[in-house]
Design a protein around this ligand. Structure first.
Ligand code: ADP
Ligand code: 5GP
Length: 199
């Protein structure tokens, strides 16, 4: 299994595009992160996130249970090593939807991970999307937009950049990236039935 990381500012459309991506890649798994942020209306524990307390999160940090973790917008978020290891060992491709700090930790620990950055077509479009989702109050909106400016600058640490102008096209681009990575000879792609020596 291959490990893909998708980052981009909050509200850029990662969740929306990932839902569309399932039409192209039904066997792709999306990792469920652990967070100390309270659930939003409609979010389901175990599906959107696993929700926990700061004390339990700290405990897991001290047990070195995370592949990566970060504080984002004042809350802890992390990916458990166990989640990643289980999926990759089964041969399942796994997508982590995580922030820039987390993505850079994954890059350091797993050199084979593929990092994809999602950008909005403009800051105005990003503002409209966050406002349209209506899950943040004014103070949180401001904090998220300031963070977005800072986060966009990190695109240069990623392997691929996808602009989410139209959901359909962004999902098709990510699917194409995944397909290309799976065809890489350096990752072990071989002709069917190949038993010979490489020349
Ligand atoms: P993220 O997961 O990155 O925080 P979401 O997937 O929750 O973002 O999307 C934020 C809002 O933007 C949602 O209301 C969603 O419907 C909308 N949205 C996502 N992609 C697009 C797009 N390409 N064009 C217009 N609106 C979009
Ligand atoms: P939200 O609160 O909007 O769901 O997520 C806020 C930010 O936290 C997003 O940028 C999202 O990618 C990031 N995030 C979600 N889960 C994780 C995780 O497990 N690790 C890290 N580092 N960031 C995460």
């Amino acid at each position: 299994g291959l490990l893909f990381v998708l980052s981009g500012p909050s509200g850029v459309g990662k969740g929306t595009v990932c839902e569309r991506l399932f039409l192209y890649r039904p066997s792709l798994q999306i990792s469920t992160s652990l967070t100390t942020r309270p659930p939003r209306p409609g979010e389901v524990a175990g599906r959107d996130y696993d929700f926990t307390t700061p004390a339990r999160f700290q405990e897991l940090i001290s047990e070195d249970a995370f592949l990566e973790w970060a504080v984002v917008h004042g809350h802890y978020y992390g990916t458990l090593k166990e989640t990643v290891e289980e999926n990759l060992a089964r041969g399942t491709d796994l997508l982590l939807e995580i922030d820039v700090q987390g993505a850079l930790q994954v890059r350091r620990r797993l050199a084979g991970a593929v990092l994809i950055f999602m950008a909005p077509p403009s800051m105005e479009a990003l503002y409209m999307r966050i406002a349209g989702r209506a899950t943040e109050d004014a103070a949180h909106m401001k904090r998220r937009l300031e963070a977005a400016q800072h986060e966009l600058a990190a695109y240069c640490h990623y392997d691929y950049l996808v602009v989410n102008d139209r959901v359909e096209e962004a999902a098709a681009s990510i699917s194409a990236i995944m397909e290309a990575e799976k065809c890489r000879v350096s990752r072990g792609a071989r002709p069917p039935g190949w038993g010979g020596e490489e020349r």
